[in-house]
Design a protein around this ligand. Structure first.
Ligand code: AMP
Length: 569
């Protein structure tokens, strides 16, 4: 089976995207287009209007963002600085996310992306628009505000995207959308994305799209006999708690051999580094590695010398390994069929297998798709607590003692025990020995992670109330400056530390410095992102001050650092 070579993003190039955009997605570690991208990109590049059915997490942002940037890049001189593309989204949070994604894909293109959303100061946005913005990403209310104040003009718009149109309708933006669309030229190209093709979506599409092509990702049908027979468990954890939750799960499950799936090469490398920094033996496998490296990693995994393989879907495709006890979806797959494919790597040849999924509250709809496709229940798990881990360790100690007694050769220790038996009860001597062995293991136990453990009400046709909370699905006029705090996790802070890849900093250095200097368990450290000249680390808010103070006293990779903290989004 063909596996891609280093830097191979032919999947994106073959869709017809210009070389700089292919390079941009390659730099982000994407290995191949997701199903919605494969279908939607050629349609949009051909200039058609498009009606797309895709939920969050399927890669839909890139599905419209890449063709949009491709179109604008063809001529960057005409209408320079004017709004040439408008993306309407339902929420402030999504506006920020989409603008960030567009900004990343547009790197080096001279195209400016400006988000405009409610709850943020108007004058700041006006200045940004005045400086020139070819791509505007906004919530309907705020876009309309700018139109009324004449701080935004849509007469040069070549492409309009209505993202999460069903959400916008649910939030009562229908009229606002009509007013905004009326300000754009009739010659524009329009794309509309929604989670379903409900009649109201078709009706808004009928109003604003011209003979659109429909893009719907057909779900693979599988014969029940071929479905993977594995226990499926999902843990509902917020973004900031993923690393801690994963450590906890690995400690509890102590998998004989696990494949952990991430979406991109960069995420694979980062998570592998983080796991190794936390003391797990993990190996990375992705399409950006040389064949020789990949063979070496596979050899280690096959011969059970490495128990954890962190991989992208592309790299793991075609791997035939019998002994995988656990498949862990650290990131959700981009389509339910990919999920089925991933979990099929465990439970082979009658062996017992477990498929574990880390899922953010807003991503829970995915679990329904997974249940439908696998025709099995996905159990919502409760993260093991510190007490659970200790209990599990004692059970393991019991087995080990039993085995050790059977193995014999205990004459020396018997003598020692006999002499102690003059002073103490035999049962106390044995209990003390077990406790001593266990104490050293207990040192690695991390603080309890507060996570959601209840099955949320889920619906196929729209996000639940909890989805809205996590995503910031409130009317855009409500400002929010509080740190993120939801039912499933405590508030987190993001620390910006003034060293990064330029100083050869790796996640392990950051974990080491933070855990070592501030004397906190490494498991409570959240997401880590190492950029060129700085790094971002998520920390529970209550520990932030302690960490900032501790880092001021220390050096990372021989460099003194400055640290700034702000609430995590
Ligand atoms: P979206 O559905 O647009 O919210 O995207 C969900 C996540 O998937 C984002 O973090 C993207 O960076 C990531 N993503 C999008 N396209 C790809 C791809 N082709 N390969 C890997 N990750 C992707």
């Amino acid at each position: 089976m063909k596996t891609p070579s280093a830097g191979d993003t032919s999947g994106f190039a073959s869709l017809g995207l210009a070389a700089p955009l292919v390079a941009a997605v390659s730099a982000l570690g994407y290995e191949e287009p997701t199903p919605i991208q494969r279908e939607a990109i050629p349609v949009l590049l051909a200039g058609h209007d498009m009606l797309g059915q895709a939920a969050t997490g399927t890669g839909k942002t890139a599905a419209f963002a890449l063709p949009l940037l491709n179109k604008l890049s063809e001529d960057t001189k005409t209408n320079r600085g004017k709004a040439r593309a408008l993306v309407l989204v339902p929420t402030r949070e999504l506006a920020m996310q989409v603008a960030e994604a567009l900004h990343k894909y547009a790197k080096g293109s001279n195209l400016n992306v400006v988000p405009v959303y409610g709850g943020a100061p108007m004058d700041h946005q006006i200045r940004a628009l005045r400086r020139g913005a070819e791509v505007v990403v906004g919530t309907p209310g705020r876009v309309l505000d700018h139109l009324r104040r004449q701080t935004l003009n849509l007469a040069a718009v070549e492409m309009l995207v209505l993202d999460e149109a069903d959400e916008m309708l649910d939030m009562g933006f229908s009229e606002d959308i009509d007013l905004i669309v009326a300000e754009t030229p009739g010659t524009r190209q329009t794309a509309l994305f929604a989670a379903t093709f409900a009649p109201r979506i078709l009706s808004i599409a009928g109003k604003h799209l011209k003979t659109p092509k429909k893009v719907q990702i057909a779900q693979e049908k599988r014969a029940p006999g071929k479905l993977p027979q594995v226990r499926q468990v999902a843990y509902i954890v917020g973004r900031g708690q993923k690393t801690g939750a994963l450590s906890r799960i690995l400690d509890f499950e102590s998998p004989k051999s696990a494949i952990i799936f991430c979406r991109t090469r960069l995420e694979v490398d980062e998570l592998t580094d983080t796991l190794n920094a936390h003391g797990y033996g993990a190996q990375a496998l992705h399409g950006g590695m040389m064949q020789k490296q990949r063979d070496r990693v596979m050899q280690l995994f096959r011969s059970e010398k490495a128990d954890i393989l962190v991989a992208t879907d592309v790299a793991a495709r075609g791997l035939d390994i019998d002994h995988v006890s656990h498949v862990i979806n650290y990131d959700l797959p981009t389509a339910p069929e990919v999920y089925v494919h991933r979990i099929g790597r465990t439970g082979r040849i009658g062996r017992e297998g477990v498929a574990i999924t880390l899922c953010a509250p807003r991503e829970q709809r995915f679990l329904q798709y997974a249940e439908r496709l696998t025709k099995q229940r996905v159990e919502i798990g409760k993260l093991p607590t510190e007490a659970d881990l200790r209990k599990r360790r004692l059970e393991a100690a019991k087995d080990a003692i039993r085995e050790r007694i059977t193995a014999g050769g205990l004459d020396d220790t018997r003598e020692l025990v006999e002499s102690l038996a003059q002073e103490f009860e035999m049962i106390d001597i044995a209990a003390a020995a077990v406790a001593m062995a266990n104490d050293s293991a207990d040192k690695t136990v991390v603080a309890d992670i507060p996570v959601a453990d209840e099955r949320q009400p889920r619906s196929y046709d729209g996000p639940s109330r909890d989805d809205r909370g996590e995503r910031g699905y409130q009317r855009e006029s409500r400002p929010s400056r509080e740190p993120r705090e939801s039912r499933d996790e405590g508030p987190m802070m993001v620390l910006r530390i003034s060293v990064g890849k330029d100083e050869s900093v790796r996640p392990a250095d950051l974990v080491g410095a933070i855990a070592g200097e501030a004397k906190i368990p490494s498991g409570v450290i959240g997401a880590i992102k190492v950029h060129d000249d700085y790094s971002l680390v998520e920390i529970p808010a209550e520990l932030a001050e302690r960490v900032v103070t501790a880092l001021k006293r220390t050096q990372i990779r021989g460099h003194r650092v400055t640290v700034q903290s702000k609430p995590a989004r």
